[in-house]
Design a protein around this ligand. Sequence first.
Ligand code: PXP
Length: 244
Amino acid sequence: MRKRIRLGFNIDHVATVRNARGDDYPSPSRAALIAQNHGADSITVHLREDRRHIQDQDLIELKKKIKIPINLEMALTPEMLKIALKLKPKFVCIVPERREEVTTEGGLNLNYKTNYLKKVIRLLKNKNIQVSLFIEPSLKSVVMAKKMGSDNIELHTGKYCRFFRQGNNLNTRKEFLRIKEAAKLGNKLNLGVHAGHGLNFITAKKISQITEISELNIGHFFISESIFFGIANVLKKFNKILNR
Ligand code: PXP
């Protein structure tokens, strides 16, 4: 039997809907409170450089209102580091960011700005913030993440979910095995192993069968389903599917 898998609810797209009108609703912190009351383990937010999702004020409000941990996704920049050190969320996940992308398209390039990345990890850890790196599910990246001093890794499941959606059975299987091997190695190296991107009810269930993965972070599908069924009901369904 696997240990109860943790579920992080990414509320970025509540902010996207709000920002589409420049109004003050729907409120991301209201969504976070509902999620908290229905068993989400953490609230994930990505403060992007262009602030297209969550804004700085949302972070302040979340920190004030939410009891469950905040998992702040951030790019590797001095501006984001400063914000993270001030906010002191329980978790930070360092992600790659390109202005023109629609969403985080791949894992972090760990060969780029390596010394700065190590420094950022150290500074965050000094403030008791647990650090995760959002990486491709490759053995090399897992080893590098460990060497950099990260506490956790988050394996990018975007490719797996795309292959699954396309009905490409061979590639789906291959990518699943890649994620599984990366998760096993991460576990062996004493890293916390998380996973996320593109997950829905079916793919989340499949990925949760990799027992070395201790946390899933789910956003876009979560919010999309919530339009029809409400956050509480979608969470209940995830809890049931993931045997939580
Ligand atoms: N994990 C990380 C590190 C991400 O950057 C994202 C997207 O913001 C997610 C999980 C959630 O992805 P999705 O919105 O596709 O569920």
